[in-house]
Design a protein around this ligand. Structure first.
Ligand code: NAP
Length: 286
């Protein structure tokens, strides 16, 4: 008789775009672990029941993806320091019915930006977006990279303004300014930033033809441009930045690093990160 598998998974809506099941199930196979990772498409109105179900069924843990990274906090018992400050959780561990929230996106963001630390410190940076991903980017920038100023640019300006107040209170960082995402009006802001981060879903299917800016003057050769999106590997945003000579970084390394940290939290083992990165790259290039 086959020994029963330990169940982990991801909750979100929609969920079919996620490569997390592919990544984790391959990693479990490579590491010889008897785990299985399943996607769960959950409607917002069912989130509370889903969390109770996770405890009742003894599921070892979940990843949490959009749009629940902030909402899920109401149902957790304990948080890591990062998750508590950021106010967004992407990994849950079920320890005998006690649900613990972690944010491993910060590990992924740090892995991407760390080689460029000197280019970011004491410079102006721009973050496009004000959701869970943007919160993790802003936290990591303030904690690890000490920029002089952070512009937060978002479609809904009030959300960007609320993050300005949030990080002033939580991290005593008051060099944040909020702007509305109106592409012709933000060219100068982007052009004068040492680092630009796209933390919106603009550029991801079904909006893969869109970009937060289509104006080439937004970019120049001495910039770093980071798009959290990993599918497609090169968004129109990154293509335009690269055409202007900027260093263009996609979200794949972040995706693998955050996944590796979640894997470690659930299993206590290391994910074979390099092999998984190569496997995902191959899959996404198909
Ligand atoms: P989220 O919390 O739902 O936030 C989405 C953000 O995108 C908001 O700022 C929203 O603006 C903006 N947005 C969405 N559609 C838009 C549109 N058509 N026009 C203008 N703005 C739009 O999502 P999230 O969790 O932060 O994720 C954001 C992106 O990061 C996604 O593409 C996600 O796949 C990616 N991500 C990647 C990784 C990785 O490991 N590589 C990890 C986390 C996230 P409003 O506030 O105005 O709604």
């Amino acid at each position: 008789m086959e020994q029963s598998k330990t169940l982990v998974g991801v909750i979100g809506h929609p969920i079919k775009h996620s490569y997390s099941p592919f990544m984790h199930n391959n990693a479990f196979r490579m590491a010889g672990l008897n785990y299985v990772y399943l996607p769960f498409d959950i409607f917002s109105s069912n989130l509370e029941d889903a969390m109770k179900g996770m405890v009742a069924l003894g599921i070892k843990g979940f990843n949490v993806t959009l749009p629940f990274k902030e909402k899920v906090i109401d149902y957790l018992n304990v948080f890591s320091e990062e998750a508590a400050v950021i106010g967004a959780v992407n990994t849950i561990v079920n320890e005998d019915g006690e649900l613990k929230g972690f944010n491993t996106d910060v590990n992924g963001i740090y892995a991407i930006l760390e080689p460029y630390k000197e280019k970011i410190e004491n410079r102006t940076v721009s973050v496009i977006g004000a959701g869970g991903g943007a919160r993790s980017v802003i936290f990591t920038l303030i904690r690890n990279f000490k920029p002089r100023k952070i512009n937060i640019i978002n479609r809904t300006k009030e959300k960007a303004e609320s993050l300005d107040e949030y990080f002033a209170a939580k991290m005593l960082y008051d060099e944040i300014e909020a702007f509305e995402l109106v592409p012709p009006d933000i060219v100068e802001l982007l052009n004068t930033s040492a680092l630009i981060v796209n933390a919106t879903s603009i550029g991801m299917p079904p909006d893969e033809d869109d970009s937060p800016t289509t104006i080439a003057d937004s970019f120049h050769k001495d910039q770093l441009v980071f798009d959290l999106i990993y599918n497609p590997l090169k968004t129109n945003f990154l293509k335009l930045a690269e055409s202007q000579g900027a260093i263009a970084l996609n979200g794949l390394k972040m995706f693998v690093r955050q996944g590796a940290k979640s894997f470690e939290l659930w299993t206590g083992e290391q994910m074979p990160e390099e092999e998984i990165y190569k496997l995902l790259l191959e899959e996404l290039q198909k």
